[in-house]
Design a protein around this ligand. Structure first.
Ligand code: ATP
Length: 299
């Protein structure tokens, strides 16, 4: 049952550490920028308007020397496509996201964004066009407005409100005594897990990224909030290349391409129907995991 429960450890830890260490969003960007500058290739450049095409060309990577966390990953995502990553715990799903977000670099092979080697793109320029909706929403101690605005610094109050509406968050926000000026506790205490998700969706909508990373929540969220989240996510994902570590059958079913990862390799890929027909690993997952999880979600 713990098969799908670990979040994008590295990614969310990095953001959480940064966000809990500082108060204002502008500072966070400063710190991220400083870190990134060190790593970019000397001739790396900005790529401000990507369409969101992603290619992994025989990418291999290991956290430790000589290991093989992921091996010869090869796939293509056209702009706007929805890619679901599924597979057992430790298979390498988060690692793929860590590589795409460039918290780590491939040991072998390359990642192309709109046909450009990712190494030639400045990290800041790339990450500005990536949106993250993770299980542990990285909220910081500040007002709800500031937390949403973090998606696009300099956004007007009206833009923030519009993003919150599109994310189905506006109504719960306006019911809070402080409304948009409600100050969140450091760990987001005082609002529910589902509401945190809605805020992080609002932030991503405001950021309007070309590439979206979605780590679907596994914790039980009440049915009404869950429906709001699904609807908001559908709006957010529209027209954006989306990589999702998916835990719900309904999410996986809608993917244009499902990559089944086991022991760092893509062992099967295709749509839900194609993979069921293959009666391979995915079929087994479907029987054992997704069906049960979906039933539980309906309870
Ligand atoms: P889960 O579904 O449990 O989140 P996953 O498919 O996302 O799993 P990864 O987190 O990518 O799997 O892990 C792949 C392998 O790499 C695992 O063996 C894991 O222990 C290891 N690993 C992950 N992060 C690190 C790290 N920062 N340093 C060393 N090893 C790591």
């Amino acid at each position: 049952a713990r098969q799908f429960t670990r979040p994008l450890n590295d990614l969310s830890n990095q953001f959480n550490t940064l966000l809990s260490a500082v108060a204002g969003a502008d500072r966070v960007f400063d710190i991220l920028d400083e870190q990134k500058e060190d790593f970019d290739e000397g001739d790396a450049r900005d790529l401000p308007n990507i369409r969101g095409e992603v290619q992994f060309c025989n990418v291999s990577f290991s956290y430790e020397k000589g290991g093989d966390t992921v091996q010869s990953l090869h796939f293509h995502a056209a702009p706007g496509e929805k890619i679901a990553l599924v597979g057992p715990t430790g298979a390498g799903k988060s690692t793929i996201i860590n590589l795409l977000s460039r918290f780590y670099e491939p040991v072998d092979g390359s990642i192309l964004i709109d046909g450009q080697d990712a190494r030639e793109i400045r990290r800041e320029s790339l990450r500005k066009q990536m949106g993250f909706v993770l299980q542990d929403s990285f909220l910081f101690q500040g007002t709800i407005r500031e937390n949403i605005r973090y998606g696009k610094l300099g956004a007007s109050d009206e833009e923030v409100r519009q993003a919150a509406e599109d994310a189905n968050a506006h109504s719960f926000i306006t019911r809070l005594p402080g409304g948009y000026d409600t100050v969140l506790a450091p760990d987001g205490a005082g609002i529910s897990q589902g509401q945190k998700q809605l805020l992080s969706i609002a932030r991503a909508i405001l950021a309007s990224p070309s590439i979206l990373i979605l780590d679907e929540a596994t914790s039980s969220i009440d049915t009404i909030t869950e429906l709001k989240i699904q609807e908001a996510l559908a709006r957010l994902m529209e027209g954006r290349t989306t990589f999702m570590i998916a835990h719900r059958l309904n999410t996986v079913r809608r993917a244009d391409n499902i990559l089944v990862i086991e022991k760092g390799r893509i062992i099967e890929s295709g749509t839900h129907d194609e993979l069921l027909r293959e009666k391979g690993f995915y079929f087994g997952l479907y029987q054992n995991q997704f069906k049960k999880a979906s039933f539980q979600a309906l309870k």
